[in-house]
Unconditional design. Structure first.
Length: 42
């Protein structure tokens, strides 16, 4: 893999990072809501 290809891949991954982090946050929030719901139902 040439350096320019590596740079392009890295740039693409950096551009994707905010979306990935947002998806992780949504999943974490969903898990927290489920756990809180389980606690309060007891």
């Amino acid at each position: 893999m040439a350096v320019s290809e590596l740079n392009e891949d890295t740039q693409d991954q950096i551009c994707d990072l905010p979306e990935i982090l947002q998806q992780i946050e949504k999943h974490e929030n969903k898990i927290i809501r489920i756990l809180l719901d389980m606690i309060f139902r007891k």
